[in-house]
Design a protein around this ligand. Structure first.
Ligand SMILES: NC(=O)c1ccc[n+]([C@@H]2O[C@H](COP(=O)([O-])OP(=O)(O)OC[C@H]3O[C@@H](n4cnc5c(N)ncnc54)[C@H](O)[C@@H]3O)[C@@H](O)[C@H]2O)c1
Length: 292
């Protein structure tokens, strides 16, 4: 696969899918965003538009480039519309059966040379790849959240991933301006092995009264050099997703540092999931993920 512009399908228009679609469209590739229903799709497209609008306001993108990027993006709820894709990136719910099934269905729709990327956080790339008749084309590409702002993508080969697919994947990610690190197909890859216990310790610190959400966020940005504090980040990630990722990693690694503190369950039960529901650690008027 060469570095010219591709047709790229993104499956799932949620937090990660809309962020990844933003990156793809911004990089000049034709972008097909797919979700199971119109409201979810519309919300994802609105998130992409919101990100470009904000980039224009901040002077980081010209209006002409933002308009061109939006014109490269189209949405669909029909899987058959993804037929021309050179690359498909799945960012649907973290569910092994669902991810395998989607790859199996895509086998019947796209070309045999189409790359299949999975953005799973905790599942086995090998397990997901087993849903495809051609597991050699399946590669784990774990984007960091928020995908339009974070440069790093972890790349993990499954047991049957071919060298050509791994190489083409790294080239493709280069065309998006991403930096890649190669990691093994293991629970949490590299980033979540460190991030999840750390986020849990920040939540536990808040719960114990060590600091406020503001003081802990300020301490982390001011002293550790992070671009945002843990609670600002968790509000973007979504508490439901944090709960799920942390629990899944705990189940696989049996290390108590991964087990989510009780506050996580209470927030999820209350529907305080973060930006997407308008309330998490902070409250938001704009529920778009990259809104102000
Ligand atoms: N949130 C994060 O910080 C983060 C970071 C890296 C990776 N991930 C991974 O990315 C994936 C998506 O996570 P998210 O946070 O974007 O979740 P999300 O809940 O925000 O979005 C998931 C989307 O998938 C859609 N969907 C469900 N079934 C589908 C199907 N059959 N076909 C197409 N779309 C379908 C849903 O309608 C929803 O819009 C998960 O595997 C997750 O583990 C999440």
């Amino acid at each position: 696969m060469n570095a010219e512009h591709k047709t790229v399908a993104v499956l799932g228009a949620g937090t990660m899918g809309s962020g990844i679609a933003t990156v793809i469209a911004r990089s000049g590739h034709r972008t097909l965003l797919f979700d199971v229903n119109e409201p979810n799709l519309a919300r994802g497209i609105d998130t992409v538009r919101g990100f470009f609008d904000r980039s224009v306001q901040l002077g980081k993108l010209s209006e002409t480039d933002a308009t061109a990027a939006m014109e490269r993006l189209s949405g669909t709820t029909e899987l058959s519309d993804l037929a021309p894709s050179d690359v498909v990136i799945e960012a649907v719910f973290e569910d092994l059966t669902l991810k395998k099934e989607i790859f199996g269905r895509l086998d019947e729709i796209v070309s045999e040379r189409t790359l299949f990327h999975t953005n799973t956080s905790t599942l086995s790339v090998t397990g997901i790849a087993s849903g495809s008749r051609l597991p050699e084309r399946v590669v784990g590409t774990h984007y960091c959240n928020p995908a339009p702002l974070m440069k790093l993508v972890e790349v993990a080969a499954g047991r049957h991933t071919a060298d050509w697919a791994h190489r083409a994947t790294r080239e493709f990610l280069g065309s998006l301006g991403k930096t890649t690190v190669v990691t093994k197909d293991r629970p949490g890859f590299i980033v979540n092995r460190f991030l999840i216990p750390w986020e849990n310790s920040c939540i536990a610190a808040l719960e114990s009264g060590l600091g406020t959400r503001e003081s802990i966020d300020a301490a982390v940005t001011g002293a550790l050099g992070h671009p945002m504090g843990p609670f600002q980040l968790l509000d973007i990630v979504g508490m439901d997703i944090h709960q799920q990722v942390a629990t899944r990693l705990y189940e696989q690694l049996r290390d108590p540092r991964f087990f989510p503190p009780p506050m996580v369950d209470r927030m999820v039960a209350a529907g305080d999931l973060g930006r997407k529901t308008g309330r998490g650690f902070y409250t938001y008027d704009d529920t778009r993920l990259f809104g102000s």
